[in-house]
Design a protein around this ligand. Structure first.
Ligand SMILES: [Zn+2]
Ligand SMILES: [Zn+2]
Length: 293
């Protein structure tokens, strides 16, 4: 019954949520001085999108609270860092985004894992779902805080029926490329999910309604996703307000700074031009944002 009431609540939310598809620039600008403005204030945002396969709900789920330390940006202008991270840190989190609809329960990344304090699975259960009910997981990249949720605390497959969609170039980097020295978790993923992995090339469309775009730099095959005008940007930025205003700044987590800057500039410009709503995996809240026009 809990499941039914959750779905009813989601449908009721749709009437309000669909208005978010065409955000008004004035509304965004009225939110404050920051270049990044939250569209929705709820902690775990939810929007409804009309896709070729019917209405889907795009849901932001907080996996874990965290913060980003100013030390990640050592070497950049201290006054800029102090402006955005006055206490030497910025509020952040580990977020997962999900696309729910008839016959389709898709996650974008899956957090750090319950063995590391990740709450994704318990939140899915609260929504009346289970690990078995997830049909697909689309990965932006294969860092531990994005694939850790694939494993239960006992080391079993948390999503045994899911197909894992992984950018070809990203898997290559971890299996035989520059990240192969640190690939223990990737190897476990390949063993546990053998036969359930589908590789794609950034630029391909997935599942009929998900577009993919290359965004290399943070990792060699880092890839971002768009469902209609809503973008899931992975680790394109780590401290959103600061790096949107200063896209030339790279957190120490970026693998190749020059490419990361190029991807960040290019995609942020695209977001702005298209008045797109977007999400970051380490945003301070898992809600949709929009850039000032
Ligand atoms: Zn990452
Ligand atoms: Zn990350």
């Amino acid at each position: 019954m809990r499941h039914v009431s959750y779905l009813m609540m989601m449908v009721a939310t749709l009437a309000v949520a669909i208005g978010c598809n065409n955000p008004q620039p004035q509304e965004a600008a009225a939110e404050g001085d920051s270049d990044v403005c939250q569209l929705r204030k709820s902690k775990e945002g939810i929007v409804g999108l009309e896709t070729p396969q019917g209405i889907k709900l795009l849901v932001g789920i907080r996996d874990k609270d965290q913060f980003m330390s100013a030390e990640l940006f050592e070497g950049y202008d201290d006054t800029v860092i102090a402006e955005y991270m006055p206490d030497g840190k910025a509020e952040a989190g580990i977020n997962v985004y999900a696309l729910f609809g008839k016959g389709m329960k898709v996650l974008f990344d899956c957090g750090v894992g319950e063995g590391n304090g990740g709450q994704l699975m318990s939140k899915l259960v609260d929504m009346g779902l289970s690990g078995d009910s997830i049909t697909d997981i689309c990965f932006t990249h294969l860092h531990f805080d994005h694939i850790g949720g694939l494993f239960t605390a006992q080391g079993k497959a948390a999503f045994p029926k899911a197909t894992l969609h992984i950018p070809h170039e990203e898997l290559d980097a971890w299996v035989s490329g520059p990240l192969k020295e640190q690939n223990e978790q990737v190897k476990r993923m390949l063993e546990l999910y053998d036969g359930r992995i589908e590789l794609f090339n950034a630029g391909d469309s997935l599942l009929g309604c998900i577009r993919t775009f290359p965004a290399p730099g943070h990792t060699p095959g880092h890839t971002v996703y768009a469902v209609k005008n809503y973008w899931v940007l992975g680790d394109l930025v780590h401290v959103e307000d600061m790096q949107v205003a200063h896209p030339e700044m790279c957190a120490r987590y970026d693998f190749e700074n020059e490419k990361a800057v190029e991807s960040r500039c290019k995609l942020l410009e695209k977001m702005k031009a298209e008045n797109a709503c977007f999400y970051f995996m380490h945003a301070s809240s898992p809600t949709a944002r929009i850039l000032k026009p």
